[in-house]
Design a protein around this ligand. Structure first.
Ligand code: SAH
Length: 661
């Protein structure tokens, strides 16, 4: 027996059992937890003293006896789920985790929450989850709980906590009329609205600070000095906090989205896993609970068609090239987060017999000029070889630039070469003229080919204007994306609803950003103008972490560190909010004052497929008014790079199909 084990045994005998605490389950749990791992390094020799000890943020790790007493009062059973308010060091959470099936614990000091999370993980307590936030609000994401324990003293029993108790559940909480002395109460939920309260005796805890607790000492001062709450505090009060993407409760978000026909989901970078995963989570609920059948992404049409065929259980189309998403930037769609989502979409569609009700996946972008040409030509070869020959001649005009379409824009400036505009338009026209003739055989396929022919005409114009009118080419791209979205909506019928996945810079209403001064619009603005409130625009943001991006166009993907946000940015304000992840409603704010205060323009960060931290301010920040740009903003304080699918992961090819890496 080492020194600490000996001290622990002594503690159990003399501090717990000797005081009459005989609950075998609790004694066994306490004897399994190394308390020395939860106290500051310079205090380990006092770890088993019969007293509370100081930890960071002027808080304390509770006296062992109190932890045991409260745990016993909870009457925990092995299959139960328990919520703790006041993680502190994480010690009590570990004791609870020895007994209960799952432990959820909330701490209002970030340093304590982060330290406890790492500590519990290192000690192997993988049935515990730590949330940084206000515990008086409870944790709706995981409610109801069989037991709730509050390790800090408040003025009352918070209503939220009572409501998050399961029927038969127990809530143990110190309650007192002053900040420092309390009575320990046990509240038992007998039925939906019947609660039974017992007094377990006098105790002394640190104060419970929060919405349903005591006011923060600093907030107290603010009231007496008549200083208004700061912007981060307002955001804190006006947002829904959550810990994990898998479990976040989206019911309120779905209610805010209401009957919208379009939900546009943004991203602050093309290489952040959380953005993809949260969009997948929201999209799944929109599909399952609101009947959305269209997922449209900032991807090229023919590449997305691979995913579409895969999720419909259709064989790969021989008209399509066999390696979708193989051009720069591959990680944008060929990544593990998207792969997992496509598997979900397939499983969802498999359960639905009618093709019309299944979800389709569509690409809105126009960088696939040459592959789209191929699709059109291959199709015509099959259905109408004569027209195919004419089309081949016409498209031939563009062939010299097959490997580098950007060059086309340069030669059209010098007028050395003939412009191809008329030729590509004529091909589209031919196709449309014969729509009836071709389409009766296979409407779905004709739609696909028609979209590719449209893409060729729009892409030709896009490249032609790229050099001499930069904003114009941006507009042409977003106009194309919007028209494609409209075409898909029309194709899927008058009741169809679409989720769109694109970068914030496309999704957020351009009129609320610096872009509009350059004459640029985007798909978000066009959607707002056309659909008004039936388009719900959601932006995403992050402060720091890692991101997958290249250093220049065409360069290799790197995992880069995202710089902490600029001091004058929206990101900085969100970073200062005392919780890590949140949903912030802006169209229908929980408090109007928060929206009003956010209106004044600030910097906002946009990372695309390129990230240049060295010149971040010039390369990646622009001015915007967040509440005018988005209907809602979703925040991840820290985020991580997407994981690209690599050649190795494709060894078991079926796993990564429909991605052809
Ligand atoms: N159970 C802890 C002791 C915690 S002391 C342990 O074993 O170490 C009480 C903790 O409650 C403090 O860390 C304090 O910061 C936290 N706290 C106070 N009010 C809170 C609130 N509203 N939400 C979450 N934590 C709170």
């Amino acid at each position: 027996m080492n020194k600490f084990e000996y001290l622990r045994k002594q503690m159990i005998d003399y501090q717990l059992a000797a005081r009459g605490l005989r609950d075998r389950t609790v004694l066994k749990a306490v004897s399994a937890v190394p308390r020395e791992a939860f106290v500051p390094a310079d205090l380990v020799e006092f770890a088993y003293n019969d007293s509370p000890l100081p930890i960071a943020a002027s808080q304390t790790i509770s006296q062992p006896y109190i932890v045991a007493l409260m745990t016993a009062a909870l009457e925990l059973k092995p299959e139960e789920r328990v919520l703790e308010i006041g993680t502190g060091s994480g010690y009590a959470a570990a004791v609870l985790a020895e007994i209960a099936k799952e432990v959820y614990t909330i701490e209002r000091h970030k340093i304590l929450a982060d330290t406890a999370r790492i500590r519990l993980e290192e000690l192997g307590y993988n049935n515990t989850q730590v949330l940084y936030g206000d515990g008086t609000l409870g944790w709706p994401e995981y409610a109801p709980f069989d037991a709730i324990v509050v390790a800090a003293g408040g003025p009352d029993v918070p209503q939220n906590l009572k409501q998050q108790l399961a029927i038969g559940g127990r809530l143990v909480i110190p309650v007192g009329t002053t900040m420092r002395t309390q009575k320990l109460l046990r509240v038992r939920r007998i039925s939906e609205d019947e609660f039974h309260e017992e007094n377990l005796g006098d105790v002394r805890f640190v104060p419970l600070i929060g919405a349903a607790g005591w006011e923060d000492e600093t907030a107290d001062k603010a009231v007496t000095e008549k200083i208004e709450a700061s912007l981060p505090e307002l955001i804190y009060q006006s947002s829904e906090h959550f810990a994990s993407i898998d479990h976040v409760n989206l019911d309120n978000l779905l209610e805010r989205i209401g009957d919208s026909r379009l939900v546009l989901l943004g991203e602050a970078s093309h290489g952040t896993a959380e953005f993809y995963e949260m969009r997948a989570r929201i999209t799944q609920e929109l599909i399952e609970k609101k009947g959305f059948t269209i997922v449209a992404a900032e991807a090229d049409w023919p590449d997305a068609a691979h995913i579409d065929r895969y999720i419909h259980g259709t064989a790969p189309d021989p008209l399509l090239e066999s390696r979708p998403f193989s051009r720069f930037p591959t990680w944008m769609w060929a990544n593990h987060s998207v792969l997992e989502f496509t598997h979900w979409l397939k499983a969802h569609n498999d359960k639905i017999a009618s093709f019309d009700k299944q979800v389709g996946f569509y690409g809105l972008d126009l960088y696939s000029l040459f592959h789209s040409m191929e699709v059109v030509l291959n199709y015509l070869d099959k259905v109408d070889p004569d027209t195919a020959e004419v089309a081949r001649l016409r498209y031939g005009c563009l062939l010299p630039w097959a490997s580098d379409p950007g060059m086309y824009s340069q030669v059209t400036i010098t007028k050395q070469y003939k412009e191809c505009e008329e030729d590509v338009l004529a091909t589209l026209q031919d196709l449309l003229n014969k729509r009836l003739e071709y389409a009766w055989a296979d409407g779905e396929r004709f739609f696909n080919v028609e979209q590719n022919a449209r893409l060729v005409t729009n892409a030709e114009r896009y490249y032609r204007t790229m050099y001499y009118a930069e904003n114009n080419s941006w507009n042409q791209r977003d106009q194309h994306m919007f028209e494609t979205l409209q075409a898909v909506l029309a194709f899927r019928g008058p009741d169809s609803k679409a989720v769109v996945w694109e970068h914030n810079s496309h999704i957020g209403d351009a009129r609320a950003t610096q872009m509009s001064a350059r004459g640029e619009f985007n798909i978000g603005q066009l959607a707002r103008q056309e659909y008004d409130d039936a388009a719900y625009l959601i932006g995403f943001g992050t402060d720091h972490g890692t991101v997958a991006a290249a250093s220049e166009w065409g360069g290799p993907m790197e995992v880069k560190q995202v710089q902490p946000s600029h001091i004058e940015s929206y990101e900085r304000v969100c970073h200062e909010v005392h919780t890590d992840n949140f949903l912030l409603p802006l169209r229908k704010p929980l408090q109007e004052i928060t929206r009003t205060k956010l209106l004044a323009e600030r910097l906002e960060r946009a990372i695309g497929v390129i990230y240049r931290p060295e010149t971040e301010l010039q390369s990646h920040y622009f001015y915007a008014s967040l509440p005018r740009q988005f209907d809602e903003y979703i925040w991840f304080d820290e985020s991580r790079a997407v994981e690209p699918l690599t050649k190795e992961t494709t060894k078991g090819v079926p796993d990564t199909y429909p991605f052809g890496l």
